[in-house]
Design a protein around this ligand. Structure first.
Ligand SMILES: NC(=O)c1ccc[n+]([C@@H]2O[C@H](COP(=O)([O-])OP(=O)(O)OC[C@H]3O[C@@H](n4cnc5c(N)ncnc54)[C@H](OP(=O)(O)O)[C@@H]3O)[C@@H](O)[C@H]2O)c1
Length: 332
């Protein structure tokens, strides 16, 4: 990998949809980043996107972006089903990658992507921005210091109402549709950093006519008998909060918990502290800075969101998919 030390990190964005727009907005707030080029399958769309973002270089194919020697890292912002092929193409062309969540459609894809990055000594990270918002650091400290005692159980949900559209990304199976992969990943991620790997998994889902889950309910069991109750939905707005219960208290991550700016700590039945934080930009700036720091330090993975975590996350989601009979075509 190139030595980058203190120079600005040159970003490319692959796939110019909704999240790419927000991400490009946050890149502008980063003193350590330059948006170098963007790529869409549609040249007009690429040009219009470029016009909104400092008239950066734009391409009408993802391959041209992957081959641009002036780019250090590519942000892959396509629907889930293409993360594997888009990321592999970037890696094979010597680019580090920040890949939107879920990194792959299954653990086979995720492991292959990680292996490819490692063999090329390139940086690869899944875009779980939750890990880098300031509130998550507070949560991790509270859990490390056992402020609520031994953990007993947690519950977390993420649901939003998306009108049924069999062609759209959220409901279309060919694009990786369904609630688990789109938003269920956040409660599952929270359970992983809070309680670790489950030893048992139960799950039930409501399926759509497009054969994806519109609602998924999960119950995880752990070695010490603690439990996690997790839910996801794409057909109803749900509180999107998280509660972690321990022998001495409760930690509440307020709505929307995956990029919360408020944590309440209740100990022995009394609200003892409310932590208020402020996310920068839309909240993606924190993960952007993490990627830049890693690249400047010549690191090939983030110690805060390491490859093993993405691998474990995809393994757990595979187990949930098995339980609810959710199957997608796979690349690996
Ligand atoms: N971290 C977060 O907060 C967050 C939030 C929302 C979504 N996401 C993730 O980001 C990814 C993209 O989500 P999004 O909401 O931005 O989706 P979107 O608005 O539908 O945009 C996806 C883009 O992917 C490209 N694409 C390539 N092949 C496609 C195909 N066959 N059909 C449709 N689009 C195709 C298109 O870009 P071109 O036409 O320019 O090629 C499209 O604009 C998803 O994996 C999702 O999980 C993350």
């Amino acid at each position: 990998m190139k030595t980058l030390t203190t120079k600005k990190i040159k970003w490319g964005i692959l796939g110019l949809g909704r999240i790419a727009e927000k991400f490009a907005g946050d890149l502008k707030l980063s003193d350590t980043s330059i948006l170098q080029a963007v790529a869409s399958r549609d040249i007009d769309k690429a040009r219009i996107f470029s016009n909104r973002h400092n008239s950066v270089k734009y391409y009408s194919s993802y391959m041209e972006l992957a081959k641009d020697i002036d780019i250090d890292v590519v942000y892959v912002a396509t629907p889930h089903a293409f993360h594997f092929e888009n990321t592999m193409m970037c890696l094979k062309n010597g680019k580090s990658v920040l890949c939107e969540k879920p990194m792959g459609m299954n653990s086979g894809e995720v492991k292959t992507m990680i292996k490819e990055a490692e063999s090329r000594k390139l940086f690869l990270m899944e875009g779980i921005w939750t890990r880098f918002v300031p509130a998550t650091e507070i949560l991790i400290d509270l859990l490390r210091d056992k402020v609520i005692g031994d953990l007993i159980f947690m519950r977390a949900d993420f649901g939003f109402k998306s009108e049924f559209n069999p062609e759209g990304r959220v409901y279309n199976k060919a694009l990786g549709g369904g609630s688990l992969l789109d938003v269920g990943i956040y409660p599952v991620y929270l359970s992983l950093i809070t309680l670790g790997l489950p030893t048992g998994i139960s799950a039930m889902a409501r399926m759509t006519q497009t054969e994806v889950d519109s609602y998924c309910a999960m119950l995880f069991d752990y070695e010490n008998s603690s439990k996690a109750i997790l839910e996801s939905s794409i057909e109803a707005d749900t509180p999107t909060e998280a509660y972690i219960y321990g022998t001495k208290g409760v930690i509440k991550l307020h709505k929307r918990f995956h990029h919360t700016e408020k944590i309440s700590l209740t100990r022995n039945g009394e609200l003892t502290r409310v932590y208020e934080t402020k996310n920068a930009g839309y909240g993606y700036l924190h993960e952007i800075e993490e990627v830049n720091t890693c690249l400047r330090n010549n690191e090939t993975e983030s110690s805060r969101l390491p490859h093993i975590l993405s691998s474990n996350l995809s393994t757990i989601m595979d187990m949930v998919k098995d339980k609810i009979g959710l199957r997608y075509d796979s690349n690996a």
